[in-house]
Design a protein around this ligand. Structure first.
Ligand code: 3PG
Ligand code: MG
Length: 396
């Protein structure tokens, strides 16, 4: 297998325009950053490039604006954060990516930074548009992808851009991520438990189907579980659910049977009448029309703790509940604490990932320990599946 081309730290980049694709997709509420982990992890490379006197052009997406300039998804709060954290001039570019941009970017001085506004404001980004990728590439001399968490996306600033730029590399954070995940894959011990939650159902449901061959227990929590309840003809009230997933869930159960993989779904849950309400613990058979399922219940937490205690490897992506309201953070926190305890006391191999999972467990009052904490959610799962991620294959 070809090796990924990593950015050599000794490469002379002085006066070179370096396009840096980062994942600065952090959770925001009222334009305030709720968890800066992803940004903090990017800072060492940016600082290193400043020291090396490169001219740095940063690209990132935020959320999924689908080619529309949604003001709530502007990178301005992140720009302000970078400006405060970096010892150099940081500029923000909100214009189109045309000749005008090229001209403006050519005024950048050594060691200075320009952050481009949310790249998904351009529909060409998500379409992996060749012409757009070419225009992006023309802004720089060297390309570095340090966004492992976006590398499963076949999008212009991740994929096609590498066709048109002279030199493309993977950055140090990306390297650290895949080395850590490779280590876990190579050393994983059975029983292996995979816990999948969160709300990005459609992007994960296919991954589940192929993970079944690799794990002993598959635990489904979060909004993902709602689809399984529907499949089992259980009522879910007003809870979040994806349409038409029964067929794929049927295949999941069939495959699980064949591969002797146990599927565990919640037996009880915390429901609210709205996202801001208090929670009531209800058995999964007793959900009413106005209920919204917002966390796993106490009985389920105990079941999951036992499963984690008995596992030798745990892979986890996606929170168990609507953690933004602390009334529904308990499930996620209980899972995190059980994994952390077993990592310390029983040499459990643990790896967890995803922006939301990270943001949720950051609220813990205790220090938590894991074998590896990944910035990536979807990319992490697809990498575990053994897929060749589009953003990585172009760096080989
Ligand atoms: C993430 O948060 O998982 C990454 O930033 C990728 O975002 P996406 O799932 O919207 O492509
Ligand atoms: Mg995310």
């Amino acid at each position: 297998m070809d090796e990924i081309n990593f950015f050599p730290d000794n490469l002379d980049v002085q006066n070179q325009k370096v396009i840096l694709r980062l994942d600065l997709n952090v959770p925001l509420r009222d334009k305030i950053i709720q968890d800066d982990t992803r940004i903090v992890l990017c800072l060492p490379l940016i600082k290193r490039l400043v020291e090396k006197k490169a001219k740095i052009i940063i690209i990132s997406h935020l959320g999924r604006p689908k080619g529309i300039k949604v003001p709530e998804l502007s990178l301005i709060p992140i720009y302000k954060y970078l400006k405060k954290s970096l010892p150099t001039n940081v500029y923000f570019y909100m214009g189109n990516l045309d000749e005008d941009a090229q001209d403006k970017f050519s005024h950048l001085k050594e060691g200075e930074i320009i952050l481009i506004e949310n790249i998904r404001y351009f529909k060409e980004e998500s379409n992996n548009d060749e012409d757009f990728a070419k225009r992006l590439s023309s802004l720089g001399d060297i390309y570095i992808n340090d966004a492992f968490s976006c590398s499963h996306r076949k999008q212009a600033s991740i994929h096609n851009i590498t066709k048109f730029i002279k030199k493309s590399f993977a950055g140090p954070l990306l390297k650290k991520e895949i080395n850590a995940i490779n280590l876990v894959i190579q050393n994983k011990k059975e029983p292996v438990t995979c816990i999948i939650g969160g709300s990005k159902i459609s992007t994960k449901i296919n991954v589940i189907s192929s993970l079944i061959e690799k794990v002993n227990n598959l635990v489904i929590v979060g909004a993902m579980a709602n689809n399984f309840f529907i499949y089992k003809n259980l009522k879910i009230g007003k809870s979040l659910v994806e349409e038409n997933t029964n067929e794929i869930i049927r295949t999941i159960y069939e495959k699980a049977n064949k591969n002797k993989c146990k599927i565990i779904i919640p037996e009880d849950c915390m429901v609210g009448s709205s996202f801001t309400s208090d929670g009531i613990n209800k058995d999964i058979n007793t959900i009413e029309d106005n209920d919204i399922i917002l966390d796993i219940g106490t009985k389920t937490i105990e079941i999951l703790k036992k499963i984690i205690d008995q596992s030798k490897t745990v892979l986890w992506n996606g929170p168990a509940g609507y953690f933004e309201n602390e009334n529904f953070l308990i499930g996620t926190m209980s899972i995190a604490e059980a994994i952390s305890k077993n990592t310390v006391e029983n040499s459990l191999i643990s790896i967890l990932g995803g922006g939301d999972t990270m943001a949720a467990i950051k609220q813990s009052k205790n220090k938590l320990f894991f074998t590896h904490l990944s910035t990536a959610g979807g990319a992490f799962l697809e990498y575990l599946e053994g897929k060749d991620l589009p953003g990585l294959s172009v760096l080989k």
